[in-house]
Design a protein around this ligand. Structure first.
Ligand code: ADP
Ligand code: MG
Length: 724
């Protein structure tokens, strides 16, 4: 019987490419058909109920009980009309994926019959027995109750035969157990702070929304090959594998023509996503072989994040139908690019103005400058928190690995804007304004069309790209709510401070424009050292950043400290986004999952090496030994089997090294497991246990190169990356 690798390869070669039929040639015909969106609400709800729910969506006004009853009933009618039999509260626990528990609409009646029912209560709140989700000690088992509560700002949708209702997830004691609650709080704080600042320029602005467009990178691999790699299927990444002779050197995959099988998958996946109202717009090949990207049009941020979470789920489901596995891991293959999730972020007012878009008039320019410089200042003051918000065991493979933005948070503005800020910084602007009593002559002109002039710098973790900032350091599997909660809350805090600073000057009798410009100028100076226009991957930058005093924390357990610092505690309290208990709980959950993931990887390494790799190497070695014996028997002299002896020896060396090191690694693991302090345990896993991974891998990969190809049991990189 051929080994699993060859069975898998045979399966891949027999794949057929399904013919994808689109529901219509026009996407607009089927966009959002599976969403209970505003249009459908209008159709299914009474006028009163519709007004109430729109007010809730737009302004967060709570929905009264009787209205919830009406909404539930209409939602049910709509959903049943589309074949739904069940409903679920859909939420985002701190495991990182989404959660759902389905209940049938069906309810027995007293007379032995049954009806289909969906009450306002069932819509508004549920109490899933969700005691197994991570809570960081917030829920003891004796008060394990957790509640999910409807988030009307994100519309309900149907997957399969289930109506899914986006909800928040909180503990019995009211603490957040999910990603959504803190995000919504941060957005609320941001809205208030931003509107206040907007009023310096335009009193008609009533609301500011953050917008987000998420570019999602991923790898595809055939299911059969995936299943033949226990490391991939258990940890999401390959723990061994010699780099393929050809990989991404020629850069011939990037933006190349999309392979047919992948194209079929993409169309199928996009159709489902579009029907769920996810406005997918862009698809292309990425840099690494078998790496791809998709991106939607940006949306209000809470919705954009729900959509991204949903998208990751859909990708996985649809891929199954195509015998593909989607790899969302940040670094599935050592030696080639990993995957990220660029978060394109800006602020947009209810009047439709993008606050990060330079305007036509000088007044608009000042408004732009205000929000632009405040963003820089916020990131400057809280770079450590932003860094913490993207930290994960997976992302540690990317950040600082000379391919993704480094672990040093810096901001790229492009030469035009960078020069502009320098000009303001060094000019005697405020004085000039005061003398001339006219601000507008003092403000340097900002060119309107920046986008095309913004030189691209892919090495920056946080880059301005014309009318938005792009946070590029987010990992491909992350829930964007984590960094976006931090970004929006530090921005909220910053804008509040800005307003206080400006008001102080106004009180002193300063003219408004002068006051604004004076504070902006000061912020530019104070945040100067986080701006960096050069190559973020270079060693020089690491040195320079160090000289500038910027943090460069390469690993998660230490990066996470920022989350429970005194500074963070004050910030969280002032913005009301996390209580101290919530922040500590999150810190604990993140550390816990960090070390557990390393623990799993270490175990998988141990098992694979002992049960699969070493036996394969020894089988080949035995063949060689037999061969040498045969050559000897027929009387040939030693020079004829020199090569064989050499390989036999090399195999012995590698096998010995691997076995000894696996044993040592297991010892380190045992020691680490005994450490009580969670942070220290995570650090030990990182520094003691993980340090064995690379050396063991090196020798396994050497064996891969030595052993007869027909005996090698694990699909090789060239197969994982190129065969589909
Ligand atoms: P780029 O090439 O600069 O990355 P794209 O046009 O490819 O820009 O857009 C990348 C993502 O940024 C898309 O999801 C897009 O919708 C989003 N985007 C564009 N403008 C904004 C904005 N004002 N706010 C948030 N996201 C935006
Ligand atoms: Mg981009």
């Amino acid at each position: 019987m051929p080994n699993t690798r060859f069975q898998a390869l045979r399966a891949v070669l027999n794949r057929e490419i399904p013919d994808i039929k689109l529901p219509s040639s026009k996407i607009s015909d089927y966009f959002g058909v599976n969403v209970f969106d505003k249009q459908k609400m209008k159709e299914f709800l009474s006028k009163d109920a519709y007004t109430v729910i729109i007010d809730s969506i737009d302004n967060g006004v709570p929905i009264p009980r009787d209205m919830a009853e009406q909404v539930a009933s209409s939602m049910k009618s709509w959903a049943m009309g589309k074949g739904a039999t069940h409903y679920t509260h859909w939420f985002q626990p701190l495991t990182g994926s989404t959660a759902e528990k389905h209940d049938a609409f069906f309810e027995p009646t007293a007379d032995g019959g049954a009806i289909e029912r969906f009450s306002g209560d069932a819509l508004a709140q549920q109490e899933p027995d969700a005691s197994s989700f991570p809570s960081g000690g917030i829920r003891n088992t004796f008060e394990a109750r957790g509640y999910t509560a409807w988030d009307p700002s994100s519309p309900a949708f149907i997957i399969g035969r289930t109506l899914c209702i986006p909800t928040v997830f909180v503990s019995y004691t009211g603490e957040a157990l999910d990603y959504k609650v803190p995000l919504l709080k941060a957005l609320n704080a941001l809205d208030k702070a931003a509107v206040d600042v907007c009023h310096y320029f335009d009193k008609s602005i009533e609301k500011v929304n953050a917008s987000l467009g998420i570019e999602q990178e991923y790898f595809l691999v055939d299911t059969a090959l995936f299943n033949a790699r226990p490391d991939l299927s258990l940890t999401g990444r390959t723990l061994f594998g010699h780099i393929s002779a050809k990989n991404q050197q020629l850069e011939d995959h990037y933006f190349g023509s999309i392979p047919s099988r992948v194209y079929a998958f993409m169309q199928d996946m996009e159709t489902e996503a579009l029907q769920l109202g996810i406005p997918l717009k862009t698809r292309h090949n990425e840099v690494a072989p078998s790496q791809f990207e998709c991106a939607p049009i940006y949306e209000e941020i809470n919705l954009a994040i729900d959509h991204n979470q949903l998208l990751m789920d859909i990708m996985d489901r649809v891929a199954q139908r195509h015998h593909f596995k989607v790899l969302l891991h940040e670094k599935p293959y050592a030696g080639i690019n990993g995957s990220g999730k660029h978060n394109n972020w800006s602020l947009i007012t209810n009047t439709g103005k993008n606050l990060l878009s330079p305007g036509k008039t000088p007044k608009n320019n000042l408004m732009f400058l205000t929000f632009f410089v405040n963003t820089i200042k916020a990131v400057h003051d809280h770079a450590d928190l932003l860094r913490a918000s993207i930290a994960s065991v997976n992302n540690d493979h990317r950040l600082g690995a000379n391919e993704a933005p480094p672990a040093i948070i810096s901001i790229f503005l492009g030469s035009q804007l960078s020069e502009l800020l320098d000009e303001i910084d060094t000019s005697r602007l405020s004085k000039k304004i005061k003398e001339e009593n006219s601000l507008w002559q003092g403000i340097p002109k900002i060119p309107q069309i920046l986008k095309d002039n913004t030189d691209r710098n892919r090495t920056s973790p946080f880059a301005f790209t014309g009318n938005k900032f792009e946070l590029r350091a987010v990992g491909s599997s992350a829930n964007s709510a984590s960094p976006m909660t931090i970004l929006n809350l530090i921005m909220a805090d910053q804008l509040k401070k800005f307003k206080m600073d400006v008001d102080k000057l106004l009180k002193k009798g300063e003219k408004k424009d002068v006051a604004l410009m004076t504070v902006i100028k000061r912020y530019i100076k104070e945040s100067r050292n986080i701006r960096f226009e050069g190559n973020g991957y270079s060693e020089d930058w690491e040195k320079e950043a160090e000289a500038r005093g910027l943090a460069n924390i390469k690993t998660t357990p230490k990066a996470l400290d920022a989350f429970i610092s005194e500074k963070a505690e004050i910030l969280f309290a002032e913005t009301g986004v996390f209580t101290k208990r919530e922040a500590h709980a999150r810190h604990e959950i993140l550390l816990d999952s960090f070390y557990k993931k390393l623990q799993i990887e270490a175990r998988v390494i141990g098992e694979l090496v002992m049960n699969i790799i070493i036996p394969a190497a020894i089988a080949y070695q035995s063949r060689l030994i037999e061969n040498v014996r045969g050559l000897k028997d027929i009387g040939l002299d030693a020079s004829t089997y020199e090569a064989q002896l050499d390989i036999i020896n090399q195999i012995a060396t590698h096998v010995n090294f691997i076995k000894t090191n696996v044993e040592q690694m297991i010892n380190e693991r045992k020691k680490a497991n005994k450490i009580e302090d969670l942070r220290q345990r995570a650090i030990d896993y990182d520094e003691q246990v993980k340090s064995y991974f690379q050396p063991i891998r090196y020798h396994v990969d050497k064996l891969e190169q030595l052993v007869d190809d027909s005996l090698w049991p694990l699909p090789k990189f060239r197969e994982l990356l190129f065969i589909k």
